[in-house]
Design a protein around this ligand. Structure first.
Ligand code: DQA
Length: 145
């Protein structure tokens, strides 16, 4: 069975409260419930985690490699500047696993600093701009093969 870690970076624990005009009114717990439902329907295993801590996110990517799990990663603001996260993401994809970068909003339609992703070039693919559905689409892609 496909096993996926769904990893979320800084400030995503504040979903529902943080800029609802950009990120919507649903919370991280709502995302957890949605992911559980989608994973069940797709017959895959998915575990949702969130941290504000860069080193914890790096360690979770190491764990994905060691436990042979694919990754759905919303790196949040780390997307735009964390070379440590990029290097860890590269270990996932160069290790023969898949990593889908996801965003709730479409960073390319927002401020210029969000137009750069240091993760995208080492990801298997990127899905952005579909709200929580970005995660559903990522899980579907991973379940498809
Ligand atoms: C985000 C987009 C990032 O630019 C931002 O820093 C986030 C969330 C998204 O899901 O749309 O925290 O990754």
């Amino acid at each position: 069975m496909t096993a996926v870690l769904v990893l979320n970076g800084p400030n995503l624990g504040r979903l529902g409260v943080r800029e609802p005009d950009v990120y919507g009114a649903l919370s991280l717990d709502d995302l957890r419930s949605a992911v559980a439902g989608w994973a069940g329907a797709l017959a895959i295993e998915a575990e949702v985690r969130q941290t504000d801590d860069e080193s914890e996110l790096v360690h979770w990517l190491h764990e994905a490699v060691d436990s042979r799990r694919d990754v759905v990663l919303n790196p949040a603001a780390f997307t735009h500047y964390s070379y440590a996260l990029r290097d860890a993401a590269a270990m996932v994809t160069k290790g023969g696993l898949r990593l889908v970068e996801v965003h709730i909003s479409n960073p390319y339609a927002r401020e210029e600093f969000r137009h750069v992703s240091v993760i995208g070039a080492v990801a298997t693919g990127t899905i952005a701009g579909f709200g929580f559905d970005s995660y559903r689409l990522a899980l579907s892609a991973l379940a498809g093969s």
